[in-house]
Ligand binder design. Structure first.
Ligand SMILES: [Fe+2]
Ligand SMILES: [Fe+2]
Length: 134
């Protein structure tokens, strides 16, 4: 399954949108590396990049929420923290076992979950910040 950034993922907040584009691209590269049967090293690098970039991006969103006194900050941050734990868990397994069918399915599920978060929680955040700065 290929992941591409589509217009319906746009939140309207440029920094968030550009990071989401980069995240989807990194996720797609990881899935491609798995699909093409790349070696453990290459897959390990791709999942490491995705996991690190996810953390950087989440930190930016959380800063934005603190700055704007976002009312849903705690819930949004909790979701991020749980997601980071899960993606790190997948990364560890992927580096140890390589791209097994079960792990590739887990990666796909994780990316879909992130896309769901972008379309709901991140969209809500971007709208709040836009209104707050009016
Ligand atoms: Fe996000
Ligand atoms: Fe988020």
């Amino acid at each position: 399954m290929a992941f591409t950034w589509t217009k319906d993922l746009e939140t309207g907040y440029p920094l968030i949108d550009s990071e989401h584009k980069q995240l989807i691209k990194a996720a797609d590269e990881l899935v491609e590396a798995c699909a093409q049967g790349k070696g453990r090293q290459e897959i390990g690098n791709a999942v490491e990049f995705l996991s690190n970039y996810t953390k950087t991006h989440f930190a930016h969103e959380e800063d934005l929420q603190v700055k704007n006194k976002y009312p849903d900050y705690a819930a949004h941050k909790n979701w991020h923290q749980a997601y980071v734990r899960e993606i790190e868990n997948v990364a560890t397994k992927l580096k140890a076992e390589g791209a097994t069918i079960a792990l590739v399915a887990e990666v796909n599920a994780k990316v879909s979950q992130l896309i769901g978060h972008i379309k709901t929680a991140d969209l809500k955040l971007a709208q709040f910040v836009k209104n707050a700065s009016k």
